[in-house]
Ligand binder design. Structure first.
Ligand code: SF4
Ligand code: SF4
Length: 417
């Protein structure tokens, strides 16, 4: 090849390692993928940004190491038998995207895309994913959700809420609930709060009820592309058929799948509706004067940016504006925020396969949050809430964790948070 040879345009999910060959060889081995962006660093303690490298301390766990593994596989310098632990190197990555973002600022390479493509290669070769992921994949194939739950239970959270079933009655806006908040009764509060807030603001809201299926985000991140393509096709067909003009979702995994990942799947139609994360939608309703908060919530809180909402999709300011619109809330910031935020440790299948690592990563975030003097962490992701919440319980720490909607509901209806 020459430098002048035009490269074919491909969607992300049709790319193989071959498509990253130049990028992989171009890795400068500069280590920026492990570090907090230099202009933002305030202390040595919080100067790193890759949770996997911070915990395991050898390069194959970092973005740079993924480039090296990919290069060796591509060039035939490495076989799986040489280092069976390669599966662990690839799957401890939380897919937080910090390496990708910092590398792109300086070197314009794609260490996370390379890692996700490596995972797809491992799944194809029968080496990946981790054994703990296999039940999740089986469940998605058999039950359309990762939690081994019967489809009939998907709308139980909504029994006391008057929300339209969009298959029976048309609605302007569709609430895409997501598997975790629909099936896990400790997370029902988020689905119930979200629907209550939207209906209260006069939104013409419907849902798919028991017909909703997994967005496919967990299987995409794990590297099972065939199953993800099938779910993307089914979701696009079903969502387009509803005629809804807008889709609102709370789970950052669902949001990224619907708003970004489906467009990167080959040979599927476009999703017709505009897709919003619930915090974006709330922010808009506040600006339009349709959502107001009359009761003070006197709390000092800090915002934890979920990676798939922040770094992956660029939503940083909207949830902060929502919090700042609530009387009594004192928002204080951690050292690593927005595109330099520290991951909770729960994403990319890491919590499923490496609970101990996920919990240690969450504990590091809690330590950072405590330095702000905040009484509570507020976030908007079921995995962040679970992972940080479990770590708080294990530490027997009095700090609390809330979903954004918990605080909003308190400010609107004076319910307990
Ligand atoms: S992946 Fe990017 S940031 Fe990391 S070492 Fe290579 S060039 Fe540097
Ligand atoms: S995505 Fe996050 S956890 Fe994975 S290698 Fe990059 S910085 Fe590390």
């Amino acid at each position: 090849m020459t430098y002048y040879e035009p490269k074919p345009h491909k969607k992300f999910f049709e790319k193989t390692l071959e498509d990253y060959r130049d990028s992989i060889w171009g890795c400068a081995r500069c280590n920026w993928c492990q570090n907090h962006w230099a202009w933002n660093v305030k202390s040595a303690e919080y100067s790193e940004i890759c949770p996997a490298f911070h915990e395991f301390r050898i390069f194959p766990y970092a973005g740079m190491g993924k480039m090296h593994i990919a290069r060796a596989l591509l060039e035939g310098d490495f076989d799986y038998e040489d280092a069976p632990e390669v599966v662990k190197f690839l799957y401890t990555c939380t897919t937080c995207g910090a390496c990708e973002l910092n590398c792109q600022r300086l070197q314009d390479k794609e260490p996370l895309q390379v890692n996700e493509t490596l995972r797809a290669r491992l799944v194809k070769d029968g080496i990946g994913p981790m054994p703990e992921h296999r039940n999740l994949l089986k469940s998605v194939k058999n039950y359309d959700n990762p939690w081994m739950q019967p489809r009939t239970q998907r709308d139980r959270w909504a029994r006391k809420i008057k929300i339209k079933n969009i298959e029976k009655e048309p609605a302007e806006t569709l609430f895409f609930v997501g598997c975790t908040v629909a099936f896990d009764n400790t997370q029902w509060h988020v689905a119930q709060n979200t629907a209550t807030i939207l209906l209260g603001a006069g939104v013409d809201l419907g849902m798919l009820g028991t017909k909703e299926v997994c967005c496919g985000s967990p299987v995409a991140r794990i590297g099972d592309r065939d199953t993800f393509f099938d779910l993307a096709q089914r979701n696009i067909d079903m969502l387009n058929k509803t005629g809804a003009k807008e889709i609102v979702t709370f789970c950052p995994g669902c949001f990224k799948a619907l708003s970004h990942d489906y467009a990167e799947v080959p040979d599927v139609p476009r999703l017709q509706a505009a897709v919003y994360h619930s915090s974006q939608y709330f922010d808009r309703l506040i600006t339009e004067g349709k959502l107001t908060f009359s009761r003070p919530v006197n709390k000092r809180v800090t915002w934890h940016d979920p990676c798939h909402m922040g770094r992956h999709c660029g939503i940083y300011d909207e949830p902060r504006r929502v919090l700042e619109a609530i009387p009594g809330i004192n928002l204080v910031e951690m050292e690593r925020i927005k595109d330099q935020s520290w991951c909770c440790g729960g994403g990319g299948g890491a919590r499923t396969a490496f609970m101990d690592f996920a919990q240690k990563t969450a504990a590091k975030r809690i330590g950072e949050a405590k330095k702000t003097g905040a009484e509570a962490i507020v976030t908007s992701c079921p995995f962040c809430e679970q992972n940080i919440g479990d770590a708080l319980n294990a530490m027997n720490d009095e700090m609390e964790i809330f979903d954004l909607t918990d605080i909003m509901i308190k400010a609107m209806y004076s319910r307990e948070v």
